[in-house]
Ligand binder design. Structure first.
Ligand code: GLC
Length: 420
């Protein structure tokens, strides 16, 4: 870049006000529920305190769609975005385009769960700071379970039986829209989460083991997927094959599902003024198979500064602000988002307003990570192969055993000698 272009770019993105540089920052973020509204409120506070301004570039809800776009922007050296809201699984793939925050965050990293900082550290470089963590729940209708004398299920068989009975009886009683169970069955990253939970809770492993070994082609994994296939068109609507988080929440929140698998953000929204299920539901950890143990996929979102940002210092301040204890507490109280700061799990106000948050500490700390660390820069391809095999299976295209066999071959071709 010539000196004059540099000066122009600088003038365009910063204003000199009263002795301090006021940067005009752009933050790109996907959203579900009220994410953007909450974020805007926090940015307004940051603007007042810092003198900088921040524009939100809003993206679609699907993490898969966001990743595709961000990878393009970053590989093209896009200077228009300063801060990216990043999914917990992306760190190894985007690390090369992100600023190392190790030095800037050295006084605050100790506040967070060490594993969450570690998940954002790639070859010693801290590429993002955590905003919130995520681990799903089984949402259930307290009124309906009580009406039919049922307990919340601990096993998938119990869930199937209760979902079927209540769905059928409610339909007979004239509630024709009622469904037993809704989840995320669309072919995208969310199905990798649901599928991993089915497989892991049946003792079928984690797709790729932490040491990099491809383990997905096994009878327990196949049995778990065959079981899920049996839900489609029986306790779940056929449409579930195209549901992401928000579609499932839509059915649930209009009162048309007995059970839902979803992340904690749906808790605050389900109790909102416009929700048909406000005060009529509760949450438990996801079921397991007989003899297996409940598995919750570890999710979560972080904030990263682009290497191509012209305002890196201000962008780092923003990232620190949004990952701070104050911002995380607001997000927990207003949106039932899970903090990455352990002390907030003892916070009385959070416990009172959003009990799921404080109750979820064990679920979060025992959550199962997706294999993004062992598969490194190939994670997205690995995940795509997995969610495709799962979607094919539950759509009735091929048996689970055949589809997992194919999947193993594809993953071996991706891996060759070693993941890189
Ligand atoms: C949630 C999780 C995220 C995951 C996504 C899948 O947003 O926090 O980690 O990738 O769901 O849809």
């Amino acid at each position: 870049m010539t000196l004059s272009r540099l000066v122009l770019a600088f003038a365009a993105s910063t204003l000199f006000t009263g002795g301090a540089f006021a940067a005009e920052l752009s933050l790109v973020s996907g959203s579900v529920g009220k994410d953007i509204e909450e974020l805007r409120g926090q940015l307004d506070e940051f603007e007042k305190e810092s003198g900088h301004t921040v524009k939100i570039v809003e993206m679609p809800a699907s993490t898969t769609d966001q990743f595709g776009q961000y990878r393009l922007w970053l590989s093209a050296g896009n200077e228009d975005i300063d801060v990216y809201r990043t999914d917990v699984i992306w760190a190894p793939q985007l690390a090369g385009s992100l600023v190392d925050l190790t030095e800037a965050a050295k006084d605050i990293v100790g506040q967070h769960f060490p594993s969450m900082i570690e998940s954002q550290t790639v070859d010693g470089k801290l590429v993002a700071l955590p905003m919130y963590t995520d681990a799903p729940a089984l949402y259930y209708r307290t009124d309906l379970l009580e009406k039919y004398g049922k307990e919340p299920p601990k096993t998938w068989s119990e869930l199937e039986a209760t979902a079927k009975e209540i769905q059928d009886k409610e339909r007979e009683a004239g509630n024709s829209q009622m469904n037993g169970f809704v989840f995320q069955g669309a072919p995208y990253e969310g199905l990798t989460c649901d599928g991993l939970e089915w497989v892991a809770s049946n003792g079928g492993g984690q797709i790729v083991a932490p040491d990099g070994e491809i383990t997905i082609n096994n009878p327990k994994a196949a049995a778990a997927l065959e079981r899920a296939k049996g839900w489609v068109g029986t306790i779940a609507p056929d449409g579930v094959l195209a549901y992401k988080e928000e579609e499932s929440r839509g059915v649930w929140q209009t009162g048309n599902a007995v059970f839902m698998r979803n992340w904690p953000y749906a808790y605050a929204l389900s109790n909102g003024g416009d929700s048909a299920v406000a005060g009529k539901f509760n949450v438990v950890p996801l079921p397991a198979s007989e003899g297996g143990s409940s598995a919750a996929c570890l999710g979560g979102w972080n904030l990263a500064v682009s290497k191509y940002s012209k305002n890196q210092e201000a962008a780092i301040d923003l990232v620190k602000y949004l990952s701070s204890e104050k911002a995380q507490k607001q997000r927990a109280v207003n949106q039932s988002r899970l903090p990455t700061i352990p002390s907030l799990y003892d916070d009385a106000e959070i416990a009172e307003k959003q009990p799921i948050v404080t109750e979820w500490k064990d679920v979060v700390t025992n959550a199962v990570p997706r294999p993004s660390a062992p598969t490194k820069r190939q994670y997205n391809e690995v995940s795509k192969e997995f969610w495709t095999a799962v979607n094919e299976t539950i759509s009735g295209r091929g048996s689970a055993a055949d589809n997992l066999d194919q999947l193993e071959k594809r993953l071996r071709r991706l891996k060759r000698d070693a993941w890189e």
